[in-house]
Design a protein around this ligand. Structure first.
Ligand SMILES: C[S@@+](CC[C@H](N)C(=O)[O-])C[C@H]1O[C@@H](n2cnc3c(N)ncnc32)[C@H](O)[C@@H]1O
Length: 282
């Protein structure tokens, strides 16, 4: 996905993928009867009523098994707002959202808001003078807030950096001059040699949702950190399978983790602290 506009069919397919991977979370029940895509689209397009009970069942093929997810429409109006405003660390932040043009990297997810609130409660002591990397940054709000809390250097990264770039320009007055850069980094694809690792702090919000990417994300965390790096992951837990990330983190990559905050404003948003558990056997 790039900053350029895309046709309605491509957008529709991307929307379905996002429904399945990200918006299914609110799911409370599974339904037995599948309905076809046309029904789903008709219902989605007619989002005149915003009602918790108004849900869209869709079927998702996974290998040979087909399972159902249920999505609630109220999530969408927030994502479709062109602009959102936040008061964080005594500053006003304006985030331009571009759901229709770019997709999920160009909207603010709850986990990012939770992480900025956590950083704010910690005050400048956590970040002052530190080097910070944000992974899967989307709009870049978390990284920008880290800069305003005194981080010496912040690298805001994502595989799609269009939204972070434009939001950095919009909020440039809030951040420390020349302390923030926006860089393309796709886990498992981008060569990490050019990054100035290890970082003191690595931040990431809502990046644990596609199981296939878990190993590459863990490898990236491993490459960019030292035993002293503080890794904060703010997660919206949508599926039981999301737990696999933490199982993998412990088993294959030798990270230790603990829950440091459960966000009270929304279900299933939790902030984890990871620490690399590397023992040099040489
Ligand atoms: C749900 S969004 C979260 C965005 C932002 N952190 C937030 O919480 O508002 C997930 C982000 O992870 C990024 N992402 C997904 N897979 C990625 C990968 N393999 N490498 C880098 N970024 C990835 C997406 O582009 C997207 O910006």
């Amino acid at each position: 996905m790039s900053g350029q506009s895309m046709g309605p069919s491509k957008l529709f397919i991307i929307s379905i993928i996002i429904f399945i991977e990200l918006l299914a979370p609110t799911l409370e029940s599974k339904q037995e009867t599948a309905i076809n895509d046309t029904t789903m689209q008709n219902k989605y397009n007619s989002h005149a009523t915003i009602d918790e009970r108004d849900c869209i069942p869709i079927s998702e093929e996974k290998g040979s098994s087909c399972h159902q997810v249920v999505l609630y429409q109220p999530v969408f109006p927030v994502l479709q707002q062109d602009e959102r405003q936040f008061d964080i660390v005594g500053k006003k932040w304006i985030i331009r959202q571009q759901w229709d043009q770019i997709g999920l990297s160009a909207v603010i997810w709850e986990a990012a808001i939770a992480l900025t609130e956590y950083l704010e409660t910690q005050g400048p002591s956590l970040l002052t003078g530190r080097s910070v990397m944000e992974l899967g940054a989307g709009t870049g709000l978390v990284g920008m807030v880290a800069s305003s809390l005194g981080a010496q250097r912040v690298e805001i990264t994502d595989k799609n950096i269009a939204s972070a770039r434009s939001n950095l320009k919009l909020n440039s007055e809030n951040i420390q001059r020349n302390s923030v850069s926006v860089l393309e980094l796709e886990w498992g694809v981008t060569d990490l040699c050019s990054f100035q690792a290890p970082y003191d702090v690595i931040l990431a919000a809502d990046v644990i949702y596609i199981e296939d990417t878990f190993p590459a994300l863990l490898d990236t965390l491993w490459e960019l950190s030292s035993n002293e790096t503080l890794i904060l992951l703010s997660c919206k837990r949508r599926y039981d399978r999301d737990d696999r990330f933490f199982e993998l983190a412990e088993k294959t990559q030798q990270f230790k983790y603990e829950i440091i905050m459960r966000w009270t404003k929304s279900d299933n948003v939790t902030i984890y602290r990871l620490v690399k558990n590397f023992v040099d056997t040489k």
